[in-house]
Design a protein around this ligand. Structure first.
Ligand code: FBP
Length: 559
């Protein structure tokens, strides 16, 4: 029986590239400090909450001829939140740096996400273990989880576990919420003289953990390429059969970076952008009218087929829903311990909720099909987020567009056919074999995380920049986590969190879609990207995303 696929065997042999500043070795580094930093908003509160770690400088590394020595140390690593391709390579890079620094160093992996450090569930990594996971997708090497780290009791437990293992450094690989955990833990450790450093690594397929210092989170490259391949295949199917409209919901909890990137890679007929919906204050009715209009115009040209991309988080950006969901979140937080509510039947639950909402929100809630009401009442994740992956917006839109087209038929405004298929692409892309870009980027982030530790830093996010250039020219360093923070309402309370980067409607990526979408709506300018290539000419094996290309060219042009 075969144990590994041919691709698995070949990928295990791939040697990820490092920036030249790190390639000289972990013991040949010099750290360069930049100027002090400020957080994005709510400085007074953030400064007070992070009195020990606030305002630290951005740092970068350069290779030096002077060799430094690393005393023996043990480090723990946590994979946190949703899976993203390349997580295993972050661990491999961290492990290699740690062992290069001092072969006696040990790396522990906390199991099942942040809960592993609290419950003391861990493994010790060995060469054999790491070598079996190099350049593979998934987080199965140690598992992941979404436990929020925030209470004194959790921190005390984490401290005890680290002390027992002699761990003096923890790396948290995660998105905005998980790196908020990292910032809180780092602050608590300093405040309590624990002698334990905490470093974060920017992960999430959503692509929303980015700013001037972090060009992109890892996993975005591979996940969007995977979805683009699938969307391209559907485009070709639609264009062959010419009988279906495909409504495709794409993952990305809030921001539409994934949808935008996939749109640029495939050029579909309709792409909804949540941030634009919010900015233009588009109601659900206006969105449906826009989609029905495109369907009708294509039908008038004899084309009863097409493809529409729908962002996963759309519903939270439609103004009437945004307000309703925010109030619903507060209401559910209060009802969490209400025995009458908990024991109520479904319809009675809907009535209790309606009674607690203001009249406008209650009207929006009542207007929804039962399926969407049920999905909106599902448990929030531990960070207080609505689980938008469970809300079937694509089905809601098919139903509403279909109803609108029936009305248009009566007035002669629509004379075609509308037969729709729905899809949701999300989980399909989160554990793909990392692209060469993600394999290199992740390995560098992990390696660099240990460099930050070696220089005694804590409360930093591992950063590797200049990503549109060849890996040798990437710039390795660190960004203070507090620099990215502001206060936001979660579970009905204001909390410090890392600010999500939404799609910039004045940025080059959205502008590219805006410039082309009318043509793409009616003419079939479909592109079929095909699958990720791991071997072969650099023009196919090493390409990055359109997002990164456009954003970095715009930055260069602005200099
Ligand atoms: P992270 O922010 O933790 O990276 O997770 C992102 C994500 O993949 C979203 O795109 C999606 O909405 C969510 O996770 C799904 O979560 P789960 O895996 O818990 O169903």
């Amino acid at each position: 029986m075969k144990e590994l696929s041919s691709l698995q065997i070949e990928r295990l042999k791939y040697q990820p590239k490092l920036p030249s500043s790190l390639a000289g070795g972990i013991n040949n580094l010099e750290m360069v400090e930049g100027s002090k930093t400020e957080c994005v908003k709510d400085a007074e509160q953030i400064k007070e909450l992070f009195a020990n770690n606030y305002g630290k400088p951005i740092v970068t590394f350069k290779s030096t001829g002077n060799k430094t020595v690393c005393e023996k140390r043990n480090v723990g690593v946590i994979l946190s939140g949703g899976q993203a391709p390349g997580g295993h390579n972050v661990i491999a890079g961290l492990y290699d740096a740690l062992k290069q620094a001092n072969p006696e160093n040990k790396l522990y992996g906390f199991l099942g996400g942040p809960s592993g450090i609290i419950e003391g569930e861990y493994i010790e990594f060995t060469d054999e273990k790491i070598n079996a996971y190099r350049n593979t997708g998934g987080f199965d090497i140690i598992g992941s989880g979404r436990t929020k780290l925030e209470t004194e009791e959790q921190f005390q437990k984490a401290l005890k576990v680290c002390k027992n293992l002699g761990v003096t450094g923890v790396v948290i690989i995660g998105g905005d919420d998980s790196n908020t955990n990292a910032a809180l833990l780092a602050e608590w450790f300093v405040k309590n003289n624990a002698g334990i450093q905490v470093i974060g690594c920017p992960k999430t397929i959503d692509g929303d953990l980015k700013n001037d210092q972090i060009e992109i989170s890892f996993g975005f490259d591979t996940a969007t390429k995977t979805y683009a391949e699938l969307v391209g295949n559907i485009l070709r199917d639609a264009n062959s059969a010419k009988k279906y409209w495909h409504f495709v919901k794409l993952m990305g909890r809030s921001a539409t970076h994934v949808g935008l990137e996939v749109a640029l890679q495939t050029q579909p007929n309709i792409t909804l952008i949540s941030e634009e919906v919010e900015e233009k204050k588009m109601s659900l009715k206006q969105i449906v009218d826009y989609m029905a209009d495109v369907v009708a115009k294509r039908a008038a040209n004899g084309k009863n087929f097409g493809i529409a991309l729908i962002p996963e988080g759309l519903i939270e950006f439609i103004p009437e829903f945004k307000a309703m969901i925010a109030n619903l979140n507060d209401t559910l937080a209060v009802l969490e311990n209400d025995t009458e509510y908990k024991a109520a039947e479904e319809n009675a639950k809907f009535e209790i909720i309606k009674g607690k909402l203001n009249s406008e929100d209650a009207a929006v809630f009542s207007s929804l099909p039962v399926m969407i009401k049920q999905q909106l009442l599902m448990d929030r994740d531990p960070h207080g987020n609505v689980q938008v992956s469970k809300i079937e917006t694509e089905k809601l839109l098919i139903e509403m567009v279909s109803a609108k087209l029936s009305l248009m038929k009566k007035t002669g405004a629509f004379n075609g056919k509308f037969s729709a298929q729905c899809h949701f692409f999300g989980y399909e892309g989160r554990c793909a074999f990392p692209s060469n870009f993600d394999a290199d980027y992740c390995y560098s982030l992990g390696y660099n995380a240990f460099a930050l530790m070696k220089f005694g830093l804590t409360g930093y996010l591992s950063s590797v920049k200049n990503l549109s250039s060849p890996a040798s020219q990437w710039i390795a360093g660190g960004v203070p986590l507090t620099m990215m923070m502001n206060m936001e309402k979660r579970h009905g309370e204001f909390k410090p969190v890392i600010k999500k980067a939404l799609v910039d409607l004045n940025g080059p990526v959205f502008k590219m879609l805006e410039k082309n979408r009318e043509v793409w709506a009616l003419e079939d300018k479909y592109i079929f990207p095909g699958s990720i290539q791991y071997f072969g000419p650099s023009c196919v094996a090493d390409i990055t995303t359109e997002t990164l290309k456009l954003e970095n060219s715009a930055k260069l042009a602005a200099v």
